[in-house]
Design a protein around this ligand. Structure first.
Ligand code: SF4
Length: 377
């Protein structure tokens, strides 16, 4: 399990090592064909900032070689905002006195139909708060069953499950699972996640192993930027990615680095701020580190940032997202989990991507360009 490996990696030593990286370390990393996590640390370090243009060119080249000009479009659907957890940065936390919604089967179908009217989306990400008592595995299975006639690629972002539960959901059409560790800083983790299942660091961080063991086709992982030093968090994420690729080599992987946006819970302020330039540096570094991983940007990022990065490393994007349950048809005025920044319609995103010379694809590029190969071959 990854937690055992993580136990051997010191947060403090890693932070020190990142900030001690030199110009020479960056040059060595940029000259390599196959980078290790130490090289990745050099590329995200302050020492790499003079090399942003070089990194952008390399990132663009590797992305074109592996993905062509395609950008895969997906759309999230929040099924519930009911949550038993108390993440202090989230408007859906259980202590927040807001109206809770759990979509009925009829409402789900209405949402699916409404989404199909926005564009020919085939990639649907079903999102729930974490409340297994009210919206557990059988609820998610039913949502998948009902979604199948409308979408060919179904992913979920829900509470971490048991291995058998992931297996069960694959029988209901599940293709992928997205989960955010939020932060890999074990000591600080419970400060942000004080109650509920999510306060169990090990259960969450080892959830990715359970997905791999269950044979989930695609696993998405990410760290929430705004909690702890982002450079250290994404280094742990890089360790995690490498570990998963070596252990579950048939699985495809995606990464996402959401920057915290204001939520409606009284305004948790991010502890750290990542600038646009730093997000670009991280995106280039991740692409140079791993040429195969899908790098995903959500509508948390603004149009300008998403357009710029669409030609430089990003390979999938959400579009026209609503972050409230039933936001496309049933409850368009309910509580948002966070404000989106890019508010363009899906069709406008498509038009703008084409103007940039990209080829938006509504189904998962995996299905068109699937290459299963173990890491390191
Ligand atoms: S981040 Fe997720 S688990 Fe945490 S309170 Fe919000 S919805 Fe619940």
């Amino acid at each position: 399990m990854f937690s055992e490996l993580l136990d051997t990696i010191s947060w403090e030593d890693t932070t020190r090592a990142i900030y001690a990286k030199t110009d020479a370390d960056v040059r060595i990393a940029l000259a390599k064909e196959r980078l290790n996590v130490d090289d990745f640390m050099a590329l995200i370090s302050p020492a790499a900032t003079p090399y942003l243009e070089v990194m952008a060119r390399l990132s663009r080249k590797y992305t074109l070689e592996r993905f062509g000009k395609t950008i895969s479009l997906y759309i999230p659907l929040y099924l519930t905002n009911s949550c038993a957890n108390g993440c202090i940065y989230c408007g859906f936390q259980s202590g927040n006195p807001v109206k809770r919604v759990i979509l009925t089967e009829e409402e789900m179908v209405n949402e699916y139909k409404a989404i199909r009217k926005l564009g020919p989306f085939e990639n649907l990400l079903l999102v729930t708060g974490e409340n297994p008592a009210k919206a557990g595995v059988s609820y998610i299975a039913r949502a998948l069953d009902l979604a199948k006639p409308y979408f060919s690629n179904l992913q979920i972002e829900v509470m971490p499950l048991k291995m058998e539960e992931y297996k069960e959901l694959t029988e209901h059409g599940l293709n992928g699972v997205v989960c955010f560790q939020e932060t890999y800083n074990r000591t600080r983790y419970t400060t942000y996640h004080p109650r509920g299942m999510k306060s169990n660091f090990e259960w969450r961080v080892n959830g990715f192993d359970r997905m791999g063991q269950a044979g989930v086709h695609k696993i998405g992982l990410g760290a929430l930027i705004g909690l702890e030093d982002w450079r250290t968090d994404v280094t742990m994420l890089a360790h995690h990615l490498r570990y998963l690729q070596k252990t579950y080599w048939k699985t495809k992987y995606s990464v996402n680095f959401p920057r915290m946006r204001p939520s409606e819970n009284g305004g948790f302020q991010p502890n750290v701020v990542m600038t646009d330039k730093e997000l670009a540096q991280l995106t280039f570094a991740m692409r140079i580190f791993d040429r195969d991983v899908d790098i995903s940007y959500s509508t948390r990022e603004c149009q300008e940032m998403r357009d710029n990065m669409a030609t430089l490393g990003v390979t999938s994007m959400s579009a026209e997202s609503k972050t409230e349950p039933g936001g496309y048809y049933s409850y368009p005025q309910a509580l948002e989990q966070f404000h989106v920044s890019d508010e363009r319609t899906a069709r406008q995103v498509e038009i703008d991507l084409r103007k940039l010379g990209r080829e938006p694809v509504w189904k998962d590029w995996d299905q068109s360009f699937d290459i299963h190969r173990p890491y390191g071959t």
